[in-house]
Design a protein around this ligand. Sequence first.
Ligand code: ZN
Length: 583
Amino acid sequence: MRLRTLALGLFAVAATLVRAAAEEPKLIVAILVDQMRYDYLERFHDKFGEGGFKLLTDQGAFMTFARYNYCPTITAPGHASAFSGSPPAMHGIIGNDWFDKRTRKMMYCVGDSTVTGVGTNGSAGKMSPRNFIGSNFADQLRLHYQSKVVGISMKDRGAILPAGKQPTGAFWFEAASGNFVTSSYYMKELPAWVTKFNERKLPESYLGRTWDRLLGANEYERPDNLPGEGNLSGEKTPTFPHLVVRPKPQPVSAVVAEVDVPAGIGTSAGANAALPPARVAVPNAAPTKITYDNILATPYSNELLAEFARAAIEGEHLGQAGAGAPPDLLTVSFSAVDACGHKFGPYSQEVEDVTLRLDRQLEGLFSYVDKKIGLKNVVIVLTADHGVMPTPEFAAQQGFDGQRADEVVLLGDLSAKLSERFGTAGVLLVKRIFDGNIYFNHDVLREKNIAPAEVAAFIREWAFSTGKYQACYSREQILDGRATGLIGERVFNGFNGERSGDVVLVYKPYTINWGGKSGTTHGSPYAYDSHVPVLFYGAPFKPGRYADEFYITDMVPTLCAAVHIDQPAMCIGKPFVKVLAAP
Ligand SMILES: [Zn+2]
């Protein structure tokens, strides 16, 4: 009898343990900070408040050696990879835009001509996740628990790619109107809470405001005006205090032309940088209009999004279904550090300030979530989609070989030399290098009996003769697995057979193609672009600092293990078991 009682008692204890382990969070908040390097969290740590980044770095599990294992390290591939656990080679989001070989037109990563805007008549609404191949964390969570999923960002791709194929909603900022919008892919009309939020006209209230430092001038790491810093739109000097310049009202057609990002300098800096076909005039709109682009590189952009995150939790009742309900997911992609970093670089006072202010904005959001749902019922995961290079001028000042490359000039030179070598014009199909990808005109090659391998070999020698490139791989080399070494492996992981080019070029470290004489960018396989923080916070995780080898593709499998769901279809990562409280 005694034995039986004991056994029953043990059984009861075991059942309790199993039940406790299976209790899931009510809400998962997945935050992505566009262009936030790992070192920002170390360099600025002591200037953070207690409840923002520090809640995650000091009370969560901090992966200090997380890296992107592919290039190009840019926004759309970053969002797609971080949330799917698969690299661009598999999910197909190889850039913010790429050359579509079938239609011979540029393809925007989330562009979709079959859908229409909701909340807008403009092209900012013609977006969907259709180009993403496979499934992601949001999809798996929804399949398992029928969870509610909402994705938000200032950038369309930042909202759409993390939220998966059938979220409750994905909403992004339309700079031309100052509104959050969506597309007919998701729904027929904006939810009332989004319309109500738009009616508050917060973007309007930011125009004309002064952005000064949060702390005293001498509390920042470096002087305000470093080599290579650029100016905010409408300003003449790259120094505090900054003004969020209210643009002059423009005729509608002129406004439409202005918001397009010129091809060739990358689209990461623009919030909704749809590529041609260009934006069209909005019928029946007011004859003049102002745009809200000027807030994008300032802390007001993050402030607006943090406020919108609260509205989303409130409006969709995320994590509020009561005991035993499945976890909901809110993905929030903050874009201001990216836009600011492109202008001023990673060592600027502006980037320091926008990060310190984001810390306070996160603190506000986390304390709201705590009051509403209780942090003990919430999982927070935070990462970035890529890092950024110092400005070439700042790099040069530090003794590195900082240089700006002009891809229009480079491609012109290459085209001329190809014509000379092969006795024909038109060997190349494109007038732009897409994140290192060059596309051949195979019709011309067939007609003139030119072997693609010969063109690739010629381009490689040309590339090394320019002094700008570190590596060059042919399509065959990559697909056959002959692109080896650290750079080769990262190029391989970023190369999709259906969508990528015939040759891939990789710049030397501290070399970028970025318009003009100032500013900087990202995209390389190098540490400054690929080393990002990954932070897990909440009951399923063991707090601490982990300097273990960790790739961005390990983030989702770790999350999946934490909330007991299947991995996405093409996830190549491994769950980082050490970080799990109950593996
Ligand atoms: Zn960027």
